[in-house]
Design a protein around this ligand. Structure first.
Ligand SMILES: [Zn+2]
Ligand SMILES: [Zn+2]
Length: 305
């Protein structure tokens, strides 16, 4: 028997239609509807990625192939595009002017005025990310400071590393001592008093971890560790009276893990039910994991609405 080429085997499983229509994979798919094809003896690959490669050549390392039609079972190469990498995504949010000017962040800001950048699973301060792109990882005992005193600025030439002492002096000289919390810090950016206040606010106010993260200019993961007592453990004892009891049993958008509001959840279910969008796409658009979307749709979570 003559071995057929991959290309031949591939296209016989596709319902090829007009150039602008979705070309739906007719053979087996994974749980998100993406077509699967067997390569050689063992390897199983996503059909849309193969479609990309058959048309445009090898996918650059680490790049994702995405659908602009939102239909994961589609393999029409004109509906496929390469996902942007982190640096690309970062710089498209920055207004870059002259080399000595402030390059201001054009997207969301923390309440304290720094840019917010969602990198993979973390929420980061934009100027710290910029420093890392330019100079490498930030040492854990150092803070990224602005020479230009413009918090929106991410021009790496306006940023420098300082110690806790530099930070304190800088803050004092700029007359903001003690007012803007953790403003120059990168890692150990909160004080004991602030950590206690965060725990207090979380226990006594109707506020989510995300909202606290925005209020204090740190990541949601960091807030989570603080309120769950996983970090700043030395402060735990005093706070024992608060515990998590006050929060227990809360559901939906006041749940301590919630990243979405009730109306967003309803919107997600509605859009998915209309069949025009995949779970993956929804996950990207609402900035949550695909498993979170799946749980919402199957009502494993948010079952009360
Ligand atoms: Zn399509
Ligand atoms: Zn600047």
């Amino acid at each position: 028997m003559i071995k057929r080429s991959l290309e031949e085997r591939f296209w016989e499983k596709v319902d090829v239609r007009g150039p602008d229509e979705c070309w739906i994979w007719q053979a087996c798919t994974n749980e998100w509807g993406a077509g699967l094809i067997k390569i050689g003896n063992r390897k199983i690959r996503c059909a849309y990625r193969i479609s990309w490669e058959l048309h445009f050549g090898p996918i650059p390392k680490g790049k994702q192939v995405l659908h602009n039609c939102g239909n994961t079972s589609c393999v029409n190469p004109s509906h496929l595009y390469l996902g942007k990498d982190l640096e690309e995504r970062f710089w498209e949010k920055v207004k870059i002017t002259g080399p000595d000017d402030c390059w201001e962040w054009q997207a969301g800001l923390f309440d304290v005025g720094y840019g917010v950048f969602h990198a993979d699973k973390e929420t980061r301060r934009a100027h710290c990310v910029s420093w890392e792109f330019a100079y490498g990882p930030i040492p854990s005992d150092k803070w990224v400071l602005h020479r230009c005193d413009n918090r929106k600025c991410v021009n790496p030439h306006h940023l420098f590393l300082g110690t806790a002492l530099d930070n304190a002096q800088d803050r004092k000289s700029k007359g903001r001592n003690g007012i803007q919390y953790g403003e120059y810090a990168n890692n150990a950016r909160l004080t004991n008093a602030q950590v206690l206040e965060i725990r207090e606010q979380y226990t006594t106010q109707d506020i989510t971890q995300c909202e606290l993260a925005m209020r204090w200019g740190v990541s949601q993961a960091e807030i989570s560790k603080i309120v769950m007592g996983k970090s700043w453990k030395h402060l735990e004892q005093k706070q024992a009276k608060y515990g998590n009891n006050a929060r227990r049993g809360k559901r939906g958008d006041r749940n301590n893990q919630a990243k979405l509001t009730s109306s967003q959840v309803l919107e997600i279910r509605k859009r998915y039910a209309q069949g025009k969008i995949t779970q993956t796409k929804l996950a990207q658009q609402y900035n949550v994991s695909r498993s979170a979307i799946s749980a919402i749709i199957t009502r494993a979570t948010w079952s009360h609405i």
